[in-house]
Design a protein around this ligand. Structure first.
Ligand SMILES: *Cc1c(COP(=O)(O)O)cnc(C)c1O
Length: 431
């Protein structure tokens, strides 16, 4: 039996309709921006394997550090015990985070990083005997797949089966030049009610919602309103963190700073599952008490795992190399050049960039739904060209590992152009 057949006999894949999906492609090796199958086919990973990979696959430096750690200490219970990797990582990360982030809480992935952020916010108020039990979030949001994270995410096909079990959240529109005054007004009304523990948002770019981009200046206005009304600001930087928006964190583009930040995806450079939630001293202090019921009762078996911490530390070493910042500017600049050349092409509804993230919305007559046919056709088209893209409906986006070369970027741009030329013109002719 092939790997593919063996997979299909035993494995249930995420976000996959197992009855309809094509057999998965077995990957046996990774090298820089490429993922390599058994036959030696090299696939260009244009989406950093679900937005996690920063420095390229199987990076030798991270591999060496993790392998050394594996022979030293693989894991230790993180209550009552600690270890140098967890401490050093917290020290280094907190220095890099924007604003006054003073404490770091470890978990396992992006969803748990967000859960921890929301639980910190709810209990912050609970511990002060001033309970606030609601959250404000942005429309189109995606914060993960656990129940709390789902509750704060857009309600759609993905969450429909669980809708009755999700807690109520007040959603406000993403601010745009046309609506930002109205959004401010709506947020002010909500904040004035003094019932909301926090405002949770993906800063500057809403990933799964369709790479929706919005201005830092508008977000600053919203955060100013939250601050004036004592509503905590939780920045979900799970996707935007570690350089994606052109600065180390999306919140580095803001004047106002969040009270809580959620990190995952790029945290280990894409090496392994890990999450972290940081907070200000003010939040932390609300849990300090002689009264044990004020404890933050949250943890995971693998909290603070030394291998994950080591991968994150090694990734930070690479982040601090001069070519890291140089690559961010280089990729951002390449995207901008492509954007200006493509924006006027037929069938391009919108091409937008924020730092190293580029998204192109195809002008189809269907809506931007995940299930529109164009999505699968585009996916196949790019796969045939040995490019891994996962379109969100009619939106193709690039979020590459930072080691991608200009030539490789060029190959991606040319393939997007050829997809426009050959494929979409056909679709239009047929309809
Ligand atoms: C991916 C993502 C999450 C969830 O992270 P997982 O590790 O997949 O649980 C949360 N928030 C944002 C913004 C994300 O992009």
């Amino acid at each position: 039996m092939t790997w593919s057949e063996r997979d299909q006999a035993v494995i249930w894949h995420p976000f996959t309709q197992m009855k309809l999906a094509a057999p998965p492609i077995p990957i046996v090796r990774g090298e820089g921006v490429y993922l390599i199958d058994e036959a030696g086919n090299r696939y260009l990973d244009a989406v950093s394997s679900w937005w996690v990979n920063l420095h390229g696959h199987a990076h030798p430096y991270i591999a060496q550090k993790v392998s050394e750690q594996l022979h030293t200490l693989e894991h230790v219970i993180f209550a009552g015990f600690t270890h140098p990797q967890a401490i050093t990582l917290a020290e280094r990360l907190l220095k890099l985070l924007p604003g006054h982030q003073q404490k770091l809480f470890y978990s396992d992935n992006g969803s748990t990083a967000v859960e921890v952020g929301m639980k910190m916010a709810f209990q912050y108020w609970h511990n002060q005997a001033r309970p606030r039990t609601r959250i404000i979030a942005l429309e189109n949001a995606y914060h993960g797949d656990t129940f709390g994270a789902m509750s704060a995410s857009a309600r759609n096909t993905f969450t429909a089966a669980f809708a009755p079990m999700l807690f109520e959240v007040d959603f406000i529109p993403v601010p745009t030049p046309d609506n930002h005054e109205a959004v401010k007004k709506r947020l002010t009304e909500l904040v004035d009610a003094q019932q909301h523990a926090a405002f949770l948002f993906e800063p500057l770019v809403q990933g799964s919602g369709g790479m929706i981009m919005y201005e830092a200046a508008y977000l600053d206005e919203l955060l100013t309103i939250c601050k004036a009304g004592n509503v905590l600001a939780i920045a979900d930087e799970v996707m935007t963190g570690f350089g994606r928006t052109g600065k180390l964190f999306a919140c580095d583009h803001l004047q106002q700073k969040p009270d809580i930040m959620c990190l995952s995806k790029g945290l280990t450079g894409g090496t392994m599952a890990f999450g972290a939630t940081s907070c200000t001293q003010q939040i932390y202090d609300a849990f300090l008490s002689d009264d044990r019921t004020k404890t933050f009762f949250h943890g995971h078996s693998y909290t603070g795992n030394p291998l994950a911490c080591t991968a994150a530390l090694a990734s930070l070493d690479l982040v601090e190399q001069p070519d890291f910042a140089a690559n961010l500017s280089r990729i951002s600049e390449q995207h901008r050049q492509f954007q200006s050349s493509i924006s006027t092409m037929p069938y391009v509804r919108d091409c937008r960039c924020t730092g190293t993230i580029m998204a192109l919305e195809f002008d189809t007559d269907s809506t931007s739904s995940y299930f529109s046919n164009i999505r699968d056709a585009l996916y196949e088209y790019f796969l045939e060209k040995k490019i891994i893209c996962r379109p969100l409906g009619n939106i193709i986006y690039l979020i590459p590992p930072y080691c991608i070369t200009n030539e490789e970027l060029d190959y991606l741009y040319r393939t997007i152009e050829s997809a426009l030329d050959h494929f979409l013109s056909k679709v239009k002719l047929q309809s």
